[in-house]
Design a protein around this ligand. Structure first.
Ligand code: H79
Length: 442
């Protein structure tokens, strides 16, 4: 090979690796940066997993719901029948959104297409969508978006890059393999084009989109996803839309926020998270289920209590991360009463203590076994979530502590500054069942 060819090869390799991973030279617009600030301050979102799978509620609490096509090896031709039964006549977006507001939730992220490949909106790119294939025949995303606009709730779109229905999703990845019965006469680039057309529709036909929440790249980690092209497309159509992707890796160029699936930032309890570093100033979000499933699962009643979920939300805030809590609506279009109950309880708590959550950044002391800290406009709040001993060593502050008082009754909290950090005294009678909050003045 002559030198020219080698240089051309290197240039091509650089071009390819960039197009695989990133939107090159990405500079977020002013509007995008404002939306990032809004997002950081919002703190609490509702994740909605709704698709054809809700009609085939799964088994156990292993989250089989939206994965049922893959887990039960249902071929495409059989799975398609599900659309012919889908008729959520009791879907009332006004009910959903007013419940969301009462729960203190600031934004919704809804599945526009999950791994099953079915579009929950009116897509011209494929007939495999809610308007064309179901007796319901209405654009779910449009109905919800109009209501969100009316009630002042931002809407984000979840979009699965992984697709178990589209033939051109080929070569297949780690899931959705031969059982789907798809032809192998396929073209990966056609699939990416299709995805970009669908994203174009979502960003063009529904007004302002809060963000695009990608999922599924982990199915084919080494494929050429042409991310640079997709990300530029999104940012070109709407320069304020935030992009995030659940690839479990560090941020790619062109992405605006970093997310963690069922883990607090930096944790890896689920075995997914391979993020090597968490950049400062980039918005963070943690998503979590209310039981063990994302989609509606009739036999999964392993519900987390509102107290447990509030505590996780507080810890997420202590890391500076949003809490995106999931519900899977039922086939009739209603949100499970158990979930509504939990969300409203969280809303009640937030009515009283929201000041210490909304608009805050992570506090001066990192979350630990006892709880977390948050701060805003010079106020610092210590959230004691777990009391082992009346005296709790929370750690070192960079400034001298002037006073500490209980958020609830403003009475003074006894404290001591030691060489190991600040010790707070929390007598039994001052403890709150969910979160004992202490306001620090420095
Ligand atoms: O939409 C919800 C889930 O359906 C979806 N993301 C949330 C928000 C999701 N399901 N699984 N995952 C995300 C994580 C992927 C898990 C994997 Fe594996 C474990 C990928 C590789 C190892 C399971 C086993 C799937 C492929 C092999």
């Amino acid at each position: 090979m002559n030198t020219k060819k080698i240089i051309a090869g290197i240039i091509f390799a650089i071009f390819l690796s960039n197009s695989l991973t990133a939107q090159t030279d990405y500079k977020p617009t002013e509007k995008n940066l404002q939306n990032r600030e809004w997002f950081k301050n919002a703190k609490f979102g509702l994740f909605i997993h709704w698709g054809m799978y809700c009609q085939l509620a799964g088994g156990g609490d292993k989250g089989i719901a939206e994965w049922i096509m893959n887990d039960k090896k249902i071929p495409v031709v059989e799975y398609e029948k599900l659309a012919t039964f889908f008729n959520p006549t009791q879907f009332n977006p006004a009910d959903w959104v007013s419940m969301v507001k009462k729960a203190g939730i600031k934004y919704i992220t809804i599945t526009t297409k999950h791994h099953e490949g079915f579009a929950m909106y009116d897509s011209k790119a494929s007939d495999y969508n809610v308007v064309k294939k179901t007796p319901y025949g209405k654009d779910i995303i449009k109905l919800l978006k109009d209501e969100c606009d009316k009630q002042g709730i931002k809407l984000f779109f979840y979009y699965s890059q992984l697709d178990w229905h589209n033939t051109d999703y080929f070569p297949r990845g780690r899931t959705g393999q031969d059982f789907t019965g798809r032809s192998e006469n396929a073209d990966w680039n056609k699939y990416i084009d299709y995805m970009n057309v669908q994203l174009n529709e979502l960003l063009t036909n529904y007004g302002e989109v809060g963000g695009i929440w990608f999922d599924g790249m982990w199915d084919k980690p080494n494929a050429n996803w042409r991310l640079g092209e997709t990300y530029s497309l999104i940012h070109r159509i709407q320069n304020g839309t935030l992009i995030g992707s659940n690839h479990h890796m560090s941020l790619n160029e062109g992405e605006d926020f970093l997310m963690f699936e069922r883990d607090l930032p930096g944790e890896n309890k689920m075995g997914f998270n391979q993020t090597s570093s968490i950049p400062e100033n980039v918005p963070l979000e943690m998503c979590e289920t209310m039981n063990g499933s994302w989609g509606y699962n009739i036999v999964d009643n392993n519900y987390k209590s509102s107290s447990e979920l509030i505590q996780t939300m507080v810890k997420a805030s202590g890391f500076g991360a949003n809490f995106l809590l999931n519900t899977g609506p039922m086939p009739n279009g209603k949100i499970q009463p158990e979930n509504v109950d939990t969300l409203l309880k969280m809303g009640k708590w937030l009515e009283k203590y929201g000041e210490t959550i909304y608009g805050t950044t992570k506090g001066p002391i990192k979350p630990a076994y006892w709880g977390a800290t948050t701060q805003k406009n010079g106020n610092v709040w210590v959230h004691i979530l777990n009391v082992k001993d009346e005296n709790i060593l929370i750690g070192k502050l960079s400034k001298k502590l002037k006073s500490a008082r209980f958020f609830d009754d403003h009475s003074n909290t006894k404290f001591k500054e030691t060489e190991f950090g600040v010790i707070l005294n929390i007598p039994k009678e001052k403890r709150k069942p969910v979160d004992t909050i202490i306001e620090l003045e420095m």
